[in-house]
Design a protein around this ligand. Structure first.
Ligand SMILES: [Zn+2]
Length: 197
């Protein structure tokens, strides 16, 4: 049993080039050990890879992904809220996650602050659009019950109408939901940060 002999210490080898390493030559990275040269090469590759992740981003495609996520999420929020008469926070999370992942996937897995801003903007707009749809439904129901022929339209006829319908019942819970969406949309496409060593 060669490996049972304590007099022969097992040589530590570089995890990349397999060179035997003395104590002073080792560089630890995570749970692996490398020689200085391999460590520098790997570090450079990693930095290059991370930098490339935030370059040449296809923003129009990312926008398509964000909008798709936002539309699906907003329709889910609208449907669930109209059916249950309750705005579930969980569905707000769904909008944020769908917009965040839609942005990330359609950008080909790239990450940047620009994508974060895009996702936050689309996420917030999707939520406001969803709130508009929900309120429109309830307001139109009330108008119909009163025998009033007036209807809130979609799309709204202008920004004032959009604002008035959303502001009709915008309370603290909606602010919380919006906060959750903004957080998710900001967090998911965030750039990877390397420890500066
Ligand atoms: Zn090596």
């Amino acid at each position: 049993m060669a490996d049972a002999n304590p007099a022969t210490p097992v040589a530590t080898r570089c995890g990349r080039c397999q060179a035997a390493l003395s104590e002073s030559e080792r560089v630890s990275a995570g749970d692996r050990v490398f020689c200085r040269t391999c460590y520098d090469i790997l570090k450079l590759q990693l930095r290059t890879g991370v930098a490339a992740m935030s370059q040449d981003i296809n923003y129009p495609m990312a926008m398509v992904g964000a909008l798709l996520g936002g539309i699906v999420g907003a329709l889910a929020w609208w449907g669930v809220t109209v059916l249950t008469k309750i705005g579930f926070g969980l569905v707000a999370v769904v909008i944020g996650v769908l917009v965040g992942h839609g942005t990330l996937r359609f950008a080909g897995g790239k990450r940047s602050v620009g994508l974060q801003i895009l996702a936050v903007a689309v996420g917030a707009l999707s939520f406001l659009g969803a709130v508009y749809l929900v309120n429109m439904t309830f307001i139109n129901d009330a108008l119909a019950q009163r025998g009033d022929a007036l209807r809130v339209s979609f799309p709204p006829t202008g920004l004032m109408m959009f604002y008035a319908v959303i502001a009709a019942n915008f309370g603290i819970m909606k602010l919380v939901f919006l906060g959750i969406i903004v957080y998710e949309a900001w967090f998911i496409p965030r750039p990877i940060k390397l420890p500066s060593a």
